[in-house]
Design a protein around this ligand. Structure first.
Ligand code: S3P
Length: 428
């Protein structure tokens, strides 16, 4: 745990890449482990959350090795080759790890306990417990929070109308559905990221997916597949905002995921007047990637809500920072889910923006930000939440004076090397 001091910058410049997409990395490890045969993964994220998924899978008996050059090889166990863990699986800080793996262990003929850190143990798990129990699993928990004790067994298919747009919930059910007889379907109020569906197809499983939801036909087997993970657009978003806000900036971020279900940050920033260009996309294993180039621009306010929210769910902290520099009033609504992330992100964003002098008001499901206002350096509480720490590091670049990010090193959860990269591209 260390605090990090951020000084103002004049501009950001350069061509660089960001670590592999975290969501795709979790899925690459899990689907490779469930497949028959050996899969190789290039570009796997080195984030702490992804290491949690790897460790859980290793505890379930999966052999995973890192080869020269960083390629990761996974010796697939097949869907039923996992062995019962001796102790609890530790998902650390990672919601994707606990929710996706719960869908897999719910179908195993043994009991698994899965837990995580203090933050993860506060997050809601009813959203996966209910559908998995409807499929036939038995799950014990205290008030629907981790640790979860999952008594696995034979599952049946379901048609599930989720009341929240959550890729973690959808993916948990789809993974469990691979073990059930018949079609398992999930519908959602608006589309969430579809990486699981795309990667299932790469592993030879027919997944049906559209704007309204996704389905798999069980039982299905997965065939090993080599996966190349594109750069993480959520990690890139901090630099998209920095380059937009700082004068004379020009950056190119190479080979970033441009999956349409993740492109909300591009759409939102473009609607605010940002100058972002994408190179022609190349699709590998179902996932498109492209270079993103950004130049400084004068931003104006936008309305962010409705079906846009799941597409910017992880980018709202840094979009809020951008909104403080935009002309007019930006209203963010329908974002109540942000209270249920690694921290209550609505409160975290608003308190920290207020500490820096922004004109911001927190609402029940979002916030109202009027700009432009000049920000001043302040002591920032990260709440041990990686995306809050990184968003306020960007705020620190455009502020006057110094900004201290308390436990800024929590950025390792999704983006090891974030501050080093920032130091490389900043000019003072
Ligand atoms: C993720 C889905 C999102 C996102 C999280 C990663 C995933 O969560 O916030 O960082 O990998 O499926 P929800 O789907 O629960 O909103």
């Amino acid at each position: 745990m260390s605090d990090i001091l951020v000084k103002p910058a004049r501009t950001v410049q350069g061509t660089f890449s960001v670590p592999g997409d975290k969501s795709i990395s979790h899925r690459a490890l899990i689907l490779s482990a469930m497949a028959d045969g050996k899969s190789k993964i290039t570009g796997l994220s080195d984030a702490r959350d992804v290491a949690s998924t790897r460790r859980c899978l290793e505890t379930l008996g999966v052999k995973i090795s890192t080869l020269k050059g960083g390629t990761v090889a996974v010796a697939g166990k097949g869907k039923y080759g996992f062995r019962a863990a001796k102790g609890p699986l530790d998902a650390g800080n990672s919601g994707s790890t606990i929710r996706l793996l719960s869908g897999v262990v719910a179908a195993q003929p043994f009991t698994t306990t899965i837990t995580g850190d203090e933050s993860l143990c506060r997050r809601p798990m009813r959203r996966i417990i209910e559908p998995l129990e409807r499929m036939g699993a038995h799950i014990e928990s205290s008030v629907y929070k981790a640790p979860l004790v999952i008594r696995g067994g034979a599952l049946r298919s379901i048609d599930y109308a989720s009341t929240i747009a959550s890729a973690q919930v959808k993916s948990c059910i789809l993974l469990a559905g691979l073990y059930a007889n018949g079609t398992t379907r999930v519908t959602e109020p608006s589309p969430s990221r579809d990486h699981t569906e795309r990667m299932l197809e790469a592993f030879g499983v027919k997944a049906h997916f559209s704007q309204s939801g996704a389905g798999v036909q069980g039982p299905a087997t997965l065939q090993a597949c080599d996966i190349d993970v594109p750069g993480d657009l959520s990690s890139a978003s901090f630099f998209l905002v920095a380059a937009s806000l700082l004068a004379d900036s020009e950056i190119t971020i190479e080979q970033v995921s441009v999956n349409p279900t993740r492109m909300g940050i591009y759409d939102a920033l473009s609607a605010m007047g940002a100058m972002i260009q994408t190179s022609p996309a190349v699709t590998l294993q179902g996932e498109p990637r492209a270079d993103l180039s950004v130049r400084s621009a004068r931003l104006h306010s936008a309305a962010l809500g409705g079906s846009m929210i799941p597409r910017i769910i992880d980018e709202i902290p840094v979009l809020a920072v951008a909104a403080t520099q935009a002309q007019g009033t930006t209203v963010i609504r329908d974002a109540g889910e942000l209270r249920l992330k690694e921290s209550d992100r609505l409160t975290a964003i608003c308190k920290n923006l207020q500490a820096m002098g922004a004109n911001v008001r927190e609402t029940k499901d979002g916030m109202i930000i009027t700009g432009p206002t000049s920000l001043h350096g302040a002591e920032i509480e990260s709440y041990d939440d990686h995306r809050i720490a990184m968003a306020f590091a960007i705020a620190g670049l455009i502020a006057t004076g110094e900004t201290l990010i308390k436990n800024g090193s929590c950025t390792e959860i999704s983006f090891p090397g974030f501050f080093d990269l920032l130091d490389r591209i900043r000019h003072d």
